[in-house]
Write a protein that binds this ligand. Structure first.
Ligand code: AMP
Length: 221
């Protein structure tokens, strides 16, 4: 069977994680969030984590060669044999080119890229309200999904604001996105496999609606 490779682009906080979880459930593909893999490495104090931490805390990008090496290994996992949903990768044109090369060596291509656009002011508001459990990783939103007990997860772990979700860092991450990742929209647009949509409260569309429409697009390919 042909391997399915999905690429989710879009600014941090645009709903890529939610879209990936839906696609993973519907299509049974491996979900690779490079941000999650990096955070896990930072938590476990691995060599990769030590290399990545300062870039992540500052809201910048981890160097391409570090990310590309990491993705190369992930592509070899047996769980990746049916296909992969990349969430937050590629984030630069050179990462996109490296992915194309890695896939070409296996006789595969990117099947489709999904870009979810959410207005930046809405992303800043969302991130400011987001809290993460330091124990189990559950995510709460102070406005639409608040914890039952202030500052505590249902598992009793402490809720924290991630370093890179603090307002000043978010501004930097959005600027990084605009400068380094937004050109990916044209990259995949020119390759003819881009599905482009908008979501968010201001736009009036949820990530799930975007995913439904994206799946229709996939069927039409
Ligand atoms: P995310 O959770 O996807 O927003 O990623 C969190 C942080 O990890 C980013 O702000 C970057 O510092 C780093 N990161 C994740 N994916 C990549 C990537 N593909 N290239 C470079 N840095 C990345």
């Amino acid at each position: 069977m042909e391997r399915t490779i999905m690429v989710l682009i879009g600014a941090p906080g645009s709903g890529k994680g939610t879209a990936s979880k839906r696609l993973k459930k519907d299509l049974g593909l491996l979900h690779v969030s490079t941000g999650d893999v990096l955070r896990e490495n930072v938590k476990n104090g691995t060599e990769l984590g030590l290399k990545a931490k300062s870039y992540m805390d500052a809201g910048g990008l981890v160097p391409d060669e570090v990310i590309i090496g990491m993705v190369k290994e992930l592509l070899e996992l047996p769980e990746a044999s049916k296909g992969v949903i990349f969430d937050g990768f590629p984030r630069t044109i050179s990462q996109a080119e490296a992915l194309d090369t890695m896939l070409a060596e296996k006789g595969v291509e990117v099947t489709a890229a999904l870009n979810i656009e959410v207005p930046f002011e809405e992303i800043e508001k969302r991130m400011a309200n987001r809290r993460t459990c330091s124990s189990c990783g559950s995510i709460y939103s102070l406005d639409f999904n608040p914890p039952t007990v202030e500052g505590k997860c249902d598992c009793n772990g402490d809720l924290i604001q991630r370093e890179d979700e603090k307002p000043e860092v978010v501004k930097g991450r959005l600027a990084t996105y605009k400068a380094q990742s937004a050109p990916l929209v044209d990259y995949y647009g020119n390759a003819g496999n881009l599905y482009q949509d908008s979501a968010g409260d201001i736009v009036g569309k949820t990530t799930h609606q975007v995913v439904d429409e994206f799946q229709e697009f996939l069927k039409s390919k």
